[in-house]
Design a protein around this ligand. Structure first.
Ligand code: ADP
Length: 378
């Protein structure tokens, strides 16, 4: 595609990822039309047009796509049959619908890694809780749902026979429990011409109870061999998928120094939010460049940065209030992103904060300050 700002882009999903994509699209005068089931979705007031409707409904997606030239997603849970039909009509759909479909199913993801020699933790398919129990000789392991799980809700760590009662009574798999040193993520972009670029590897730190990324450091504290390996692995995955768009690859770095792919997401990702302030090109701009087949942007790191998810405080539901905001805004190198959600709920992603500092110790101190000072209450 040549540089054309008149292309009519449709995005399935109007949450924070779509909102930050629109913020980037404005720099290129691009029109972005959004479909979302929530009438008050974060994109509602900033998209060129906003359609309220179900992303999983065939007719709704077909009607939304009818007058668009290029369709993309900010969430995987969409009707891929409709996207395939729109693709057949000659519309550009990136990531390609068959790839979204593959990634919707965690078991299919694992089977794809195995078939393509992509390193991943060993796994066994299970149909129900009884079959999980039958694998008790393999304990400890992680039981994962094939479909329907997100943000840690489809993942159950089972360490002992007593804990087998926590097994999901549904189709999925059990996977070896990885004794990892770190959790890493690499975002890779690939345009239609096949040009590829990776962002530097980042390091994720998870909330111990809620399985959400609690904060993240960029670049990751790893040696250059692991960094190169992680970049190459990300490129291998997107090439084997033959995917156009942006792909986030979450990996485990084992104590033995091996990289294992955990899971992938074919879209902008929570592990790339700090690229807005920390890198020359943000993941949101890169996503647009990739799907429009424009040259990909420079991914170099400007300065070390950390990203803190701003989650609704436990015990508060109602109109959001941001306690400690003035103190946080007064700090140098702190950048606040609020997602435009009126209502807070326990652990709802309400925004994120990017913290930058050339000095890693200072950076960690600032992260702690933000985490302990800023609270979302009702
Ligand atoms: P989700 O799609 O819900 O984010 P993940 O598969 O990424 O689920 O798992 C969530 C978290 O659970 C991971 O980031 C990691 O901390 C932990 N986890 C998942 N699989 C394993 C494993 N095989 N070994 C150890 N920890 C794991």
């Amino acid at each position: 595609m040549s540089f054309d700002s008149n292309v009519k882009i449709g995005v399935l999903g109007g949450g924070q990822l779509g909102r930050m994509m629109i913020q980037s699209a404005i720099d290129f005068n691009l029109d972005v039309h959004v479909l979302d089931p929530d009438p008050n979705a974060p994109c509602k007031d900033i998209s060129t047009s906003f359609t309220n409707g179900a992303l999983t409904d065939y007719d709704t997606v077909m009607a939304f796509g009818a007058d668009k030239e290029l369709l993309t997603i900010e969430i995987e849970n969409v009707n891929t049959e409709a996207l395939k039909a729109l693709e057949t009509q000659g519309k550009k759909v990136f990531p390609q619908p068959h790839i979204i479909e593959l990634i919707q199913n965690k078991l299919h993801q694992k089977q794809f890694y195995a078939a393509n020699n992509i390193p991943t933790a060993p796994f066994h398919e299970v149909a129900n809780a009884e079959e999980v129990e039958a694998k008790k000789d393999l304990l400890p392991f992680v039981n994962k749902l094939a479909t329907g799980g997100y943000d840690g809700r489809g993942v159950q760590v089972i360490k002992s026979e007593e804990a087998l009662s926590k097994a999901f009574d549904a189709h999925g798999f059990v996977e070896e429990l990885v004794d990892f040193e770190k959790e890493l993520a690499v975002i890779v972009a690939r345009n239609e011409s096949g040009e590829m670029k990776t962002f530097p590897t980042v390091e994720m730190v998870f909330h111990p109870e809620h399985n959400l990324v609690e904060y993240l450091f960029s670049p990751a504290d790893i040696n250059s061999n692991i960094e190169n390996e992680a970049q190459e692995l990300a490129k291998t995955v997107i090439e084997k998928l033959d995917m156009t768009g942006l792909l986030a690859i979450e990996m485990f770095l084992t104590k033995e120094g091996k990289l294992l792919v955990n899971e992938i997401a074919p879209r902008t990702h929570n592990s790339g939010h700090q690229t807005i302030e920390g890198n020359v090109t943000s993941q949101f701009e890169q996503h647009l460049r990739a799907i429009l087949n424009w040259p990909l942007g420079d991914t170099a790191t400007l300065w070390p940065s950390a990203m803190v998810n701003l989650l609704g405080e436990d015990g508060f539901t109602g109109n959001a209030r941001y306690e400690g905001m003035a103190e946080v805004l007064a700090k140098a190198g702190v950048h606040v992103h609020l997602y435009g959600k009126k209502l807070t709920k326990p652990f709802r992603k309400m925004g994120h904060i990017t913290v930058s500092d050339q000095d890693m110790t200072e950076l960690r101190e600032k992260v702690n300050f933000v985490k302990t000072t800023l609270k979302v209450k009702a």
